[in-house]
Write a protein that binds this ligand. Structure first.
Ligand code: 0RQ
Length: 501
C-alpha cells in the first residue's frame, strides 16, 4: 500500500533531481538527520550534482546546512566534496565535511544540540529557506509519521518557506506511535513550564505537521540509515564501565540515588556503549533512560528487561541491530519515545529528572576542564553535540576517556586543556581505565591531586604532580588555581613539534 495517502501531497511526487531544483544558491537549508538516522537519502546527492555542475559552469552555488546532528557520507560527504556548503551547524562526524571545516572552507558553528531550534526561531541564522525532511509515511490528512529520528524536524517544517519531503519505505510503517512532538514551544517572554515529569511521558503529538501549501516536492526512497558499527568492547572500555558501575553502586549505598538509579544519558562512542553492556550484566533493574541517541546496547538493555523506558531523539544502531529493530518494532511500542531534540536535551527537563550523564572526552586538565571537541586546541573532531546540554544540568555527570591516545604518546590528562567545552564548574567525575576521580565538593588543588593519582597514566603522573608542585611554589601559596602560564600548554606544543607529549 502506498505510504503517501494524502491526495494533495501525492500529487507532488517527483524525482530527487526535480526536487533538488527547488534549492537555490545562498539558501539556508534545514535537513533531517541525527547520528546517521533519518537523514534524506536522495535529494542531498541530487543537490550535490547540481552544485557540482554549477561550479563547472563557473557559477557560485553554496548553501547554509543545518541538521539535527551528524548525517552520513551521502549528505555531509556529498555536499562537502563539491564545496557546496558555506555554513554548517550543529554537529558533524563526516570525514570530508570535517576536512572542509578544519581547512577553513566551511564556517562551522558548534552549537549545543538543544539550542539550535530556538536560535533559528530567534533569527540568529537568518531565514530558513528550505526544509528537506525524511519521514516514514504521509497520512490521508497530511500529517507526517517520522522515522528513526525527530531531531530539529518540527522547527525546520514550521520555519521553512519551501518543504521537500522524502518518504523512505525502509522505515517500518509501524513507526506510527513512537514519536512525541511537542508543539508547546514559544519564544520568550511567552514561555510556559514544560510539564514532563517522567522519561516515558507523552506531552505532544505522534505526528509532525506541515502546511501542504509549502510542500514543493515529495520523493519516494527506500534506503537504510548509516551503519553505526561499534568496536567490540576492549579491556580499557570494560575497565571504565566497571569503574562507573561500582561508583553508581556506592551512590545507591550512600542513599544518594534510588536502587533503579536515575534516568541515564550515554553519549556517542565505544566507551558509552561498553558502559551500557556493563549495566546489562549488573544487578540494576527498572532503569530508565532520558538520552539523545539509542545505541545497540541501550536496546539490548530493553531486550534483557533491565530497562523499562527510553526517551531519545534518534537511533544510532549498527546495521544488524537496525534490521532486528525494524523486524521486531511492534514489541518496542510504548517503551520508546522519540522527541524533538530541544525536548530530549532540554536543560529544564534534564535538571528536573536528575539525569546521570556519561559522555566521552578528548582530554581533561588537572583541574577538571574538559575538552570534548578539539585536538591540539584547533582541529575539530565532531562537535560538542549534546554533551553540554546534559552535563551542565545533570544530577551527576561522568567524562570518560582512555588515559592515553596514539599508542601512549598523548596523555588525556594535561596541565591545561587546549580547548574547553565543559568547565571545572560543571564537571563531576573523570574516568579513565586507570580509575575514577570524584571531584564533587573539592577545591582546585585537591581536584588536581585526585585526577592525577586516580586517572592519569603512570607514565605521566610524576610530571603532572611536579607541575602542580612548582605552580604552587611559584604562587607562594596565594593562588586558587595554581598554573605556570609559560608551561601550561607546553605538552601540546611538544606533541605538535615532536609527535609526543
Ligand atoms: O582519532 O581515530 O584518528 O585515532 O580522537 O577518539 O578514542 O575513538 O574516542 O569514539 O570515544 O570519541 C570525544 C570524540 C570521543 C566523542 C569523542 C583521537 C583518537 C581518535 C577519537 P583517530 P576515540 P570516541 C551525545 C554526546 C562530543 C559529543 C558528545 C565526541 C579520535 O565522545 O565526539 O559527547 N564527543 N555527545 O586517537 C589527540 C587526545 C586525543 C586524541 C583522542 N587527547 N589528543 N587526539 N584522540 N584523545 C551524543 C551526541 O551529541 C550526538
Amino acid at each position: 500500500m502506498s505510504r503517501i495517502t494524502c491526495p494533495a501531497l501525492a500529487d507532488k511526487v517527483t524525482s530527487a533531481e526535480d526536487a533538488a531544483a527547488h534549492i537555490r544558491p545562498g539558501d539556508n537549508v534545514g535537513m533531517s538527520g541525527f547520528t546517521g538516522a533519518g537523514y534524506p537519502k536522495a535529494v542531498p546527492g541530487a543537490l550535490a550534482e547540481r552544485i557540482g555542475a554549477a561550479h563547472e559552469r563557473g557559477e557560485d552555488f553554496q548553501i547554509g546546512l543545518f541538521t539535527g546532528a551528524s548525517t552520513s557520507a551521502e549528505l555531509d560527504g556529498a555536499l562537502a566534496e563539491v564545496d557546496g556548503v558555506s555554513v554548517r551547524s550543529p554537529y558533524n562526524s563526516d570525514k570530508a565535511m570535517r576536512a572542509a571545516i578544519n581547512g577553513g572552507e566551511v564556517d562551522y558553528v558548534d552549537t549545543h544540540l538543544s539550542h539550535l531550534a530556538q536560535q533559528m526561531w530567534f533569527g540568529f541564522y537568518g531565514r530558513l529557506d528550505v526544509a528537506v525532511i525524511e519521514v516514514a509515511a504521509i497520512l490521508p490528512n497530511g500529517l507526517l509519521v517520522p522515522g528513526s529520528s525527530v531531531g530539529n524536524n518540527k522547527t525546520w517544517l514550521d520555519l521553512a518557506d519551501r518543504v521537500i519531503l522524502e518518504v523512505n519505505e525502509w522505515h517500518p510503517e509501524a513507526y506510527e506511535g513512537f514519536h512525541d512532538v511537542y508543539y508547546g514551544t514559544r519564544v520568550p517572554p511567552h514561555r510556559n513550564p514544560i510539564q514532563l515529569l517522567e522519561p516515558g511521558q507523552r506531552i505532544g503529538d505522534p505526528y509532525l505537521r506541515v502546511d501542504p501549501d509549502k510542500v514543493v516536492a515529495v520523493v519516494r526512497t527506500n534506503g537504510p540509515d548509516r551503519d553505526n558499527a561499534f568496536n567490540p568492547v576492549d579491556d580499557d572500555s570494560k575497565a571504565m564501565a566497571e569503574h562507573i558501575i561500582d561508583f553508581l553502586r556506592a551512590e545507591v549505598a550512600a542513599g544518594r540515588m534510588p536502587e533503579s538509579l536515575l534516568p541515564l544519558q550515554s553519549g556517542v562512542g565505544n566507551v558509552a556503549n561498553a558502559v551500557l553492556a556493563g549495566l546489562a550484566d549488573s544487578e540494576f533493574e527498572h532503569l530508565t533512560s532520558y538520552t539523545e541517541v539509542i545505541q545497540d546496547n541501550l536496546l539490548a538493555l530493553l531486550d534483557s528487561g533491565s530497562l523499562d523506558t527510553i526517551s531519545a531523539t534518534s537511533f544510532s544502531l549498527s546495521k544488524e541491530a537496525a534490521e532486528r529493530f525494524n523486524r521486531d518494532i511492534e514489541s518496542y511500542k510504548g517503551r520508546i519515545l522519540l522527541r524533538s531534540q530541544e525536548m530530549s536535551n532540554h536543560p529544564e527537563i534534564v535538571r528536573r529528572l536528575g539525569v546521570i550523564a556519561i559522555n566521552g572526552m578528548v582530554e581533561s586538565d588537572i583541574y577538571g576542564h574538559v575538552n570534548s571537541t578539539h585536538v591540539l586546541g584547533s582541529q575539530v573532531l565532531n562537535g560538542i553535540g549534546g554533551s553540554g546540554d546534559f552535563a551542565r544540568n545533570a544530577y551527576l555527570n561522568f567524562f570518560v576517556s582512555p588515559s592515553v591516545a596514539k599508542g601512549g604518546k598523548v596523555s588525556s590528562i594535561v596541565p591545561f586543556a587546549s580547548h574547553i567545552d565543559h568547565t571545572e564548574h560543571d564537571v563531576h567525575v573523570i574516568v579513565t581505565e586507570q580509575g575514577i576521580a570524584d571531584l564533587r565538593g573539592l577545591a582546585p588543588v585537591p581536584r588536581a591531586r585526585r585526577i592525577i593519582d586516580n586517572c592519569a597514566h603512570p607514565d605521566y603522573r610524576a610530571r603532572l604532580h611536579d607541575y602542580v608542585d612548582r605552580a604552587i611554589a611559584r604562587g607562594e601559596g596565594r593562588l586558587h588555581i595554581p598554573h605556570l602560564l609559560e608551561e601550561a600548554l607546553s605538552w601540546h606544543v611538544s606533541l605538535r613539534d615532536t609527535g609526543q607529549m
